[in-house]
Ligand binder design. Structure first.
Ligand code: PMP
Length: 362
């Protein structure tokens, strides 16, 4: 180690999913939306004036904030926007988790949480999910320095009913509770409807999944204006211009096209339900996902083997190492055609595989 390294900050970073670019690949590994963004986004992109890029963007991001306020029937003071929900969540960790008591998040969850906790030196504790991969709400009733969990949870896809989210809020009036709703548009009602009653609630969402704009990096939070003000103070203490002019204009264009948004959501949830039935028929088990992915394990073929076999076919899914989850694949819900190709490959592979197993066993 060089001497100067003694004073360098060292962290264990988050590992994002692979981003291969192969012409005929089927990419089901990072929960992107298989459909393009709204045609309104394409139109806004064409009409964007390059001269506008000469100037700094509006630091208050008002075009986007106002579009979101209109869509969700909130006040602009209740909305904070950032460079993907990762940026919003990182900012929220820094702003709201300043207690010396440990923050709470599930043991199986979005693996960025422990990374931010380490980066910002926030103590953390991770209660275990139950046997069916559900968050046990009572684990979050005791003393803590703040709470964060995704709903639906990732990578399990399990959705917690709002009544249970509300119970967690009722037990935690003294800390900030962050509900990460990256996948909520594919699930049940959003906790946004609880914001009026719980001033310690921050709901975080993203344009990366349900609005098909992962490449543009847009996320947002909805909460009490006091929380939003604190978040903005931290943002302005860090970088006044987090959002590019392109992200602001194109994001606003996406929000204005509600019909397209509803249509793509419907297609994805329908394909998800059909895929669940097919996977079950092939011997897979999975928690009942309400997200745009399915977290599935096969009764006889190990996840790692399937992951490699799929990859060789240029079908990319995600496989996580770790106790309890190492034998699962997280499969993003793609188009009907993509899922048909995945299922056809699995059917064929598992048939040959069980033939091999039978031969071995006889
Ligand atoms: N939260 C969860 C639970 C996620 O799975 C993701 C996607 N990796 C994010 C937040 C961040 O998404 P983005 O930064 O693209 O908005």
């Amino acid at each position: 180690m060089k001497k100067f390294e003694a004073n360098i900050r060292k962290v264990t970073p988050y590992t994002p999913g692979e981003q291969p670019h192969e012409p005929d690949m089927i990419k089901l590994n990072t929960n992107e939306n298989p459909y393009p963004p709204s045609p309104e986004v394409a139109r806004a992109l064409k009409e964007m004036d390059p001269e506008r890029l000469r100037l700094y963007p509006d630091p208050s991001s008002s075009v986007l904030v106002e579009a979101l306020a209109g869509f969700y029937h909130r006040k602009p003071e209740e909305i904070f926007v950032g460079v993907g929900s990762d940026d919003v969540l990182a900012m929220a960790f820094q702003t709201f988790f300043q207690s010396e008591k440990p923050i709470l998040f599930p043991d199986i969850t979005y693996s960025f949480y422990p990374v931010w906790a380490e980066l910002f030196r926030i103590p953390g504790r991770s209660p275990a999910l139950d046997e069916e991969f559900r968050i046990v709400k009572e684990d979050y009733f005791g003393e803590n320095g703040g709470i964060v969990f995704p709903n639906p949870n990732a990578p399990t896809g399990v959705y917690m009913e709002l009544a249970e989210v509300e119970e967690i809020l009722q037990h935690n009036p003294e800390v900030i509770v962050i509900v990460d709703e990256a996948y909520a548009d594919f699930a049940g009602p959003s906790a946004m409807e609880l914001v009026d009653r719980y001033e310690n609630l921050l709901v975080v969402q993203t344009f990366s999944k349900s609005r098909s704009m992962a490449g543009m990096r847009i996320g947002f939070a909805v909460g009490n204006p006091v929380l939003i003000r604190y978040l903005n103070d931290v943002k302005y203490a860090f970088n006044s211009y987090t959002m590019s002019q392109a992200a602001l204009e194109l994001g606003a264009a996406a929000v204005r096209d509600e019909r397209y948004f509803r249509e793509t959501l419907k297609k994805i949830t329908e394909v998800r339900e059909r895929t669940k039935r097919e996977l079950a028929g092939l011997g897979f088990t999975f928690p009942d996902s309400k997200a745009n992915f399915i977290f599935a394990s096969h009764e006889s073929c190990p996840a790692e083997e399937l992951f490699e076999a799929l990859k060789a076919e240029r079908i990319y899914v995600r496989h996580f190492q770790g106790p309890r989850i190492g034998n699962y694949l997280r499969i993003t819900v793609g188009t009907e055609e993509q899922m048909a190709a995945l299922l056809a490959f699995l059917r064929d592979y598992l048939e040959k595989d069980s033939g091999k197993r039978r031969k071995r066993d006889s």
